[in-house]
Design a protein around this ligand. Structure first.
Ligand SMILES: Nc1ncnc2c1ncn2[C@@H]1O[C@H](COP(=O)(O)OP(=O)(O)OP(=O)(O)O)[C@@H](O)[C@H]1O
Length: 257
């Protein structure tokens, strides 16, 4: 099924005179797992915030299916550390009943922590709790901002596997930001390499061999993911600005074809 949940059309977001997101087209449908990769400051979180309705478009359109239920796992969770807060209470803040909350915790593998203080959770446990909170809403769309941060390497693979399973069970769409390139390549249907604008996008196997990817992430990363060459019509520097073809400024090189 290809029910579009979110469509971005030529989305551009500027902060003063700086372009954070530049003419991005993107569709997330039910059943999709779309992963956004890109260097620091590439506009990934800004793009996600636009999908969540937390950031206005400067130009372009953000279309969201009416009544869309979104489950969001943020990059940072700021909590008042002096206030005691158990996992049970944290989950109750979703407004879902205890059974739904416990089911969600069970599904993400942290039900045994029900009475633990959320301030004492490990990085991996915290991510699974945040995923359970998102899951308790029975979302149509899961939005995950670096879901595997603080998770050890074995745990990362398991977490991405869990995300795939949840996609299948809920038949939801998933859009996530990730820096774990190897795991992303294995666990994603569609990758978008963002550097303000979309440098390259497609199936993981194609992206990993795209020169735009090589330019953005460096030769070493690219070599570990295999490389092929195709046509380019421009380059851009490390700030994401387009520079004329043939220029030797560092950055990402690609076409929009
Ligand atoms: N509210 C804001 N006001 C002004 N500038 C902002 C605002 N939010 C983000 N920016 C700028 O927009 C650019 C993109 O930021 P964003 O957080 O989207 O990048 P990112 O790709 O998620 O980076 P990272 O990988 O480091 O998390 C950055 O230069 C950032 O400083």
């Amino acid at each position: 099924m290809t029910d579009p949940l979110v469509q971005l059309e030529q989305l551009t977001i500027r902060f003063d005179d700086r372009v954070a997101v530049d003419h991005v087209n993107l569709t997330v449908s039910r059943g999709d797992i779309v992963t956004i990769i890109g260097p620091n400051g590439a506009g990934k979180t800004t793009l996600i915030k636009a999908i969540l309705g937390l950031q206005k478009a400067t130009t372009g359109r953000i279309r969201v299916t009416p009544g869309l239920v979104v489950g969001y796992v943020p990059q940072h969770l700021s909590l008042e550390t002096t206030l005691p807060l158990s996992v049970r209470r944290f989950m109750a803040l979703t407004g879902r009943n205890a059974t739904d909350c416990e089911k969600a915790l069970e599904r993400t593998g942290v039900r045994h922590l029900l009475n633990a203080s959320i301030h004492h959770l490990s990085g991996g446990e915290r991510q699974r709790l945040l995923l359970a909170r998102a899951l308790a809403r029975q979302p149509d769309l899961l939005v995950l901002d670096e879901p595997a941060q603080g998770v050890d390497i074995n745990g990362q693979a398991a977490l991405y596997e869990l995300i795939r399973e949840l996609r299948d069970e809920l038949h939801c769409g998933v859009i996530m930001i990730s820096h774990d390139l190897h795991l992303v390549m294995a666990a994603t249907d569609h990758v978008i390499c963002l550097n303000q604008h979309v440098c390259c996008s497609g199936y993981p196997a194609d992206i990993s061999t795209d020169p735009a990817f090589v330019e953005t992430f460096g030769q070493r990363v690219a070599e570990s993911l295999a490389v092929y060459h195709h046509h380019h019509n421009h380059r851009h520097n490390l700030h994401g600005d387009v520079v004329p073809a043939g220029s030797h400024q560092g950055g990402c090189q690609h076409d929009h074809g």
